[in-house]
Design a protein around this ligand. Structure first.
Ligand code: RUB
Length: 410
């Protein structure tokens, strides 16, 4: 009988034969043993040697720990463990990010990196439009996209909501969106809101400006396609889904549906419960990889420490990179920077994000002393200045809206 040992240090795994994951571990166990605990729990699946575990099963289906150094392990899971028509991203997650988080001997464990073989990637829709498609829809080939989140996030009735969108379009914004808590509430039902917003977007287009609005259709799994249909039947130009509260499968169902030909904006409410603890959970780059696999066209990745949300800058850079680097032929998707932004923060933001980014501000548009249109203009001016490499305060000297925004927020 062969010895069952999950440790295969320095073995070079064929990246087409394994799903390879990197974890950081906090534990009293030495790192090799910690790696073995994860590998056994997530492949053959128990803490002792079952009499039913044959050499063949171990050899063909067992995970392998190929690196274990410092607080880091790399583990390869054989592709056959992910085979079959049924399972999808829920199954991937239950293997690479399942029971291991509860193991008592590991005080903390964090999945930091995910590398998928082409055979697995090919089984998923991936982005239908992606970064380039989104730019094409907006006829904006190079500059950052500039957007707003309609605020207050609850309470505005459909007409006032749509007026906000129209005003922000008149100020030059390319994008706007529902916030995550707004879906179909009595004060602003989805159907009426989409109707009103679509009317205003058509008007803007007649007036020579292209803009899209992401409508939040995050809902129960069995109702999400129906919600998408409702939005599209009423003229929606973009859909939004909250991938962690809905689940990756909801996003994938939208991306796979042939009748949905508009970009899908992916919000990530609740992600910090999973991503924020540096010693435990799942990193945002892993979530980004799965969003790209499932078919999002744009995803929130953070503001590199300039905005209101907690940021681990290195990880945010990696989050942006997993959306745009090579991934077995999948389209790139648009990184979205949002949360506590205003025009004065744009130069620092663009320095970190580059120009392939959708910059969004809610309060940083609607909080402008002269209202939404002026706020939108100020944000656009800040982006134009940064894009042209002109100092923002210099640019503000002859751009009134930007000047007032800087006076208020800087
Ligand atoms: C933006 C806002 C969004 C955050 C979410 O409003 O609150 O929901 O972007 O955070 P405001 P993240 O511009 O007024 O702050 O993008 O990090 O997921």
């Amino acid at each position: 009988m062969m010895s069952i040992d999950y440790l295969a240090l320095d073995e070079k795994l064929d990246p087409e034969e394994y799903v390879i994951c990197e974890y950081t571990v906090k534990s009293d166990l030495d790192i090799e043993t910690a790696g073995k605990r994860i590998a056994e729990e997530e492949s053959t699946g128990t803490w002792t040697h079952p009499t039913t575990l044959s050499d063949d099963i171990f050899k063909n289906y067992g995970a392998k720990v190929t690196e274990a150094e410092g607080n880091r392990v790399r583990i390869g899971y054989p592709v056959i463990d992910f085979s079959g028509e049924i399972g999808g991203i829920p199954q991937i997650l239950s293997i690479i990010a399942g029971n291991l988080f509860g193991l008592d001997t590991l005080e903390g464990v964090r999945l930091v990196k995910l590398e998928l073989p082409k055979t697995i990637v090919d089984g998923y829709p991936g982005p239908q439009l992606g970064l380039k498609g989104l730019r094409k829809v907006l006829d904006r080939p190079e500059k950052p996209l500039v957007g707003t989140i309609v605020k207050p996030k609850i309470g505005l009735p459909p007409k006032e909501f749509a007026d906000y969108v129209y005003e922000s379009g008149k100020g030059g914004l390319t994008n706007s969106k529902d916030d995550e808590t707004l879906v179909d509430q009595d004060f602003c039902p989805l159907e009426d809101r989409v109707n009103e917003v679509s009317e205003r977007l058509d008007l803007l287009e007649e007036e020579g400006h292209i803009m899209i609005h992401a409508h939040n259709i995050s809902t129960n799994g069995h109702e999400i396609l129906e919600a998408a249909d409702l939005a599209l039947d009423n003229g929606a130009r973009q859909l939004m889904v909250d991938v962690l509260t809905v689940g990756f499968s909801g996003l994938q169902a939208l991306a796979e549906d042939e009748s949905i030909d508009v970009p899908i904006h992916v919000h990530r409410a609740m992600h910090a419960a999973i991503t924020k603890n540096p010693d435990h959970g799942i990193s945002m780059p892993v979530i980004g990889t799965l969003v790209r696999l499932a078919g999002g066209d744009a995803l929130h990745t953070g503001t590199y420490g300039v905005g209101k949300m907690h940021a681990e800058i290195t990880e945010e850079i990696e989050s942006k990179e997993v959306l745009t680097e090579k991934m077995h032929g999948l389209k790139k998707i648009m990184p979205v920077s949002s949360g506590g932004l205003h025009p004065g923060l744009v130069p620092d933001l663009i320095e970190m994000s580059g120009t392939d980014v959708q910059i969004q501000a809610g309060g940083g548009v609607s909080g402008h002393p002269d209202g939404v249109k002026a706020g939108a203009k100020a944000l656009v001016q800040a982006v134009d200045a940064a894009f042209e490499g002109i100092d923002i305060t210099e640019y503000a000297e002859d751009h009134e809206e930007l000047k007032k925004a800087l006076e208020k927020w800087m």
